[in-house]
Design a protein around this ligand. Structure first.
Ligand code: S3P
Length: 170
């Protein structure tokens, strides 16, 4: 279960991790878009953020309930405690982080990222400050993805997951 801020590499890392494990990959943002039949930016513009969060909650429950796939959730998903409960029941929560300037470089103009539409730099700084403690509290494993390749990050996740499993063995 991969979570963390926008631009920390959740989708790319998730795809590669799933490949390496021979499992399916589900990105809840894509699931929301499939179910709604429109892009995230359009959902925000036409229906508003609360409507998006409702769709996101359903997508998280659906993805986590499938039992097996590697799941990456959108950057705001774990702000909802129900989503955290759902994800935790389905697996280890991996928190991907990156420094703000790295995030800004990766999200680019962010045309499909409504949370960063007006002033991306100010939004990244503000949202990171608000959300950082929430991500950290939900995380079983934290991996900094700044200046690292996706396959390097995948390797670290696999090593850390092995440690978490060992700790939980009787
Ligand atoms: C959001 C992050 C996005 C997407 C939506 C809202 C957020 O996902 O779910 O635009 O609130 O941080 P990514 O983190 O995959 O960009």
């Amino acid at each position: 279960m991969l979570m963390g801020f926008m631009g920390t590499g959740k989708s790319e890392v998730g795809r590669r991790l799933a490949q390496r494990l021979g499992r399916a990959f589900v990105d809840t943002d894509r699931l929301v878009e499939e179910r709604a039949g429109k892009r995230i930016a359009t959902i925000f513009a036409e229906d508003g953020e609360p409507a998006f969060r409702t769709l996101e909650r359903a997508a998280v429950a659906e993805a986590a309930g499938r039992g097996g796939p590697v799941v990456a959730v959108g950057g705001g998903a774990v702000l909802d405690p129900e989503n955290v409960r759902c994800l935790r029941a389905a697996g280890v929560l991996v928190y991907l982080t990156a420094r703000p300037e790295i995030i800004l470089g990766r999200v680019g103009k962010g045309s499909n990222r409504p949370m960063l539409r007006d002033d991306p730099r100010a939004a990244v700084v503000r949202l990171l400050a608000e959300r950082g403690p929430v991500y950290a509290a939900a995380a079983d494993i934290t991996v900094d993805t700044s200046e690292r390749t996706a396959s390097d990050v995948v390797g670290e996740i696999q090593r850390a997951q092995g440690q978490v499993r060992l700790q939980h063995e009787p």
